[in-house]
Design a protein around this ligand. Structure first.
Ligand code: GLC
Length: 628
């Protein structure tokens, strides 16, 4: 009997499975192969992948093919992201539709909706305590609205990123509710112990994430007699990734969201996924095996989807999230460049780029495989001073002293500081003091406006544009955090909200100021200058092919510690990016500039020629140039 003909869609699935099988099964074999339920898990996973593929809408399958043909789509210089809370930016999900012209005009091609899945009621850690991954937060809209908005974005060629919290669910999630009622199947979805001793043994090495308001990493629930692992807040229960059922459930959710039109999944807090006693339980090797396996699942059943991994860790620990060693090219397509952000603020405060150059040259390679950074200056979270003692010592600094200096500087208490920020989670045991605050307030605008200091206002504006020019050229997708394009200041109204008052991160999660945004298209108010400057930076980025993220980034060291410099290694000739991190003029020998491969002396950022005088190139306060 002749075999039934294989449909083209089935054949495509089979080819995609063949392509990614070597990335998938070896990881799962190693993670779960020893378990008696492993064969059944493999069968269930295959079924999940095929069902998701069969359910994938035709327009998304077309996008899959398009991205197969243009695998560098997310590396191109026209990519520029904008990150916002839906309610604070547009009221509701469908309200976003009315704001798309604003975003297009700014040069945005990628939007990140801050957590939009159904959170627990009350304090939900800004939406990161999710009780249903298949529903949209009802305060924002419905899944039908979501699909409408995602289709509208797709029609404009804009990519959509949303958060997927992998490390924990809300304690109100259906799995957690069943676990609370004593169902052993669901208790095994979480990490919960009958007695406190194991929790105490783990606790010895764990780093506290929220020491102020959620000390410790375990919560005891006498009602059902368990000690539950709660790395973040009490209401966020860590999932047990050693259980393959968790892998299966999350894969289903991931593909469900992909099929609603998500292009980029921001995988939240991934460093914490795997626990190993006697370690910090962060960035364990199994984390990278899990992330590679999840990535392979996406590539099989929703190939247009890419993964952004959120691991806010030290410089040496961060790179593996973009795939190192055997994971090269197979893990995150994107990961936050936390070190670039920290070093930007560090160099601004110290007026010295030595540590910045050292960290970025030592810990990061020039090129990555099928991956790039999410570059940013501000986001919804605090800034932690992820500077190691070794790196500080390498440039003659004391790690603890430098970190303490940065906290004091950005809190605003250091004499002469231009910044105005707020402390977040002071850890008495380690001396760590993290910082909250908006880009503009940390960059000096709030202080200067209060002092009616016009020159100070000017410098603050230049610092913001310096930061945006840095993230637009370093390599990666620059992410503009909502309001930073208008220089919005800290908003302390959160102090009046009992669910937020304990969390100073709300000071830099303002509401969008639409009248200000309207007015910013003309005139020379601080907001207008920052808006127009940021828009120009993104436009010049689009117009500069040498900034493609596939090209290498090589840190170079001019003999001037006020200037941070790197080359973008474009085949048609390097782009030399220079940043004066100080409020005074800085000078470089023309011969050094030319030795970096600069031939035309054309600044691609301002699109003008740069003149040298008597063999010297001079950079005004906070200047940024992209020299070709
Ligand atoms: C991530 C989020 C942060 C949240 C945490 C716990 O780090 O960015 O806002 O508090 O995860 O979900």
């Amino acid at each position: 009997m002749a075999k039934a003909p294989v449909s083209a869609q089935d054949e495509l699935f089979a080819l995609r499975l063949d392509r990614s099988a070597p990335d998938l099964w070896p990881m799962l074999d190693a993670l779960y192969g020893h378990r008696p339920d492993y064969p059944a898990f493999r069968t269930a996973l295959l079924k999940t992948l095929k069902q998701a593929w069969d359910a994938r809408p035709a327009d998304l399958k077309r996008l899959d093919l398009k991205r197969d043909l243009e695998p560098d789509w997310f590396l191109r210089p026209d990519m520029a992201g904008y990150v916002f809370y839906i309610d604070r930016f547009a009221g509701t999900l469908t309200g976003v539709l009315d704001k798309l012209d604003y975003l297009s005009d700014l040069g945005i091609t990628y939007v990140h909706f801050m957590p939009c899945l159904k959170p627990r009621p009350g304090d939900s850690d800004g939406g990161y305590s999710v009780m249903d991954y298949r529903q949209i937060n009802p305060a924002l809209g419905t899944m039908a609205d979501f699909e409408q908005v995602s289709a509208a974005l797709r029609a404009r060629g804009m990519s959509l990123c949303i958060d997927l919290v992998l490390n924990h669910t809300a304690k109100e999630h259906a799995w957690a509710r069943k676990a609370t009622k004593g169902d052993p199947k669901y208790q095994d979805y979480y990490l919960m112990f009958d007695t406190p001793d194991l929790a105490q043994r783990y606790e010895q090495r764990l780093v506290q994430v929220f020491p102020d308001n959620a000390p410790g990493s375990f919560t005891h629930y006498p009602e059902f007699g368990k000690w539950v692992w709660t790395t973040f807040n009490e209401h966020q229960w860590d999932l047990n990734w050693a259980n393959p059922q968790v892998f299966l459930e999350i894969t289903r959710i991931m593909l469900f969201l992909a099929n609603r039109g998500v292009d980029v999944l921001r995988l939240d807090a991934v460093a914490f996924l795997w626990k190993r006693i006697g370690t910090r339980c962060q960035s364990e090797p199994e984390v990278h095996m899990l992330l590679q396996a999840l990535r392979a699942c996406s590539r099989i059943a929703a190939p247009a989807l890419i993964h952004l991994e959120e691991a806010i860790v030290g410089p040496a620990e961060m790179l593996p999230y973009l795939g190192r060693g055997r994971h090269d090219g197979r893990e995150g397509n994107l990961a936050y460049h936390n070190s670039l952000m920290v070093q930007f603020w560090g160099a601004l405060a110290s007026r010295d780029t030595r540590l910045m150059g050292h960290v970025l040259a030592t810990h990061f390679p020039q090129t990555l495989t099928n991956a790039t950074y999410a570059t940013y200056i501000r986001c919804h979270d605090d800034i932690g001073w992820a500077v190691t003692d070794e790196d500080a010592a390498a440039v003659g600094l004391s790690g603890p002293a430098h970190r303490a200096f940065l906290s004091a500087f950005y809190e605003g208490s250091f004499p002469g500081s231009f910044a105005k920020g707020a402390l977040f989670q002071v850890n008495e045991a380690t001396g760590d003091k993290r910082i909250s605050g908006s880009f503009a307030s940390l960059a000096g605008l709030e202080t200067a406006l209060a002092a009616e200091d016009a020159a100070g206002v000017d410098l603050a504006i230049q610092r913001i544009l310096l930061g945006h020019a840095l993230i637009a050229s370093f390599g990666g997708i620059p992410l503009i955090y909502m309001g930073d394009e208008l220089a919005l200041l800290n908003d302390d109204s959160y102090l009046n909200n009992p669910a937020q008052a304990h969390d100073s991160r709300w000071s830099h999660r303002p509401r969008m100021d639409w009248p200000l945004a309207e007015a910013a298209h003309s005139g020379d108010s601080p907001s207008a200058r920052v808006f127009q400057g940021t828009r120009a930076i993104l436009a010049r980025r689009r117009a500069t092919p040498g900034l493609h993220s596939g090209y290498g980034t090589r840190i170079v060291f001019p003999e001037n510690t006020g200037i941070f410099a790197f080359q973008r290694l474009a085949p048609a000739g390097p782009v030399l990016c220079l940043f004066n991190m100080t409020e005074v003029w800085q000078h470089l020998p023309l011969a050094w500039v030319q030795a970096q491969g600069v031939t035309r002396m054309h600044d691609a950022l301002s699109d003008t020629a740069v003149q040298a005088h008597k063999g010297t190139v001079s950079l005004p306060p906070y200047a940024r140039v992209w020299l070709t």
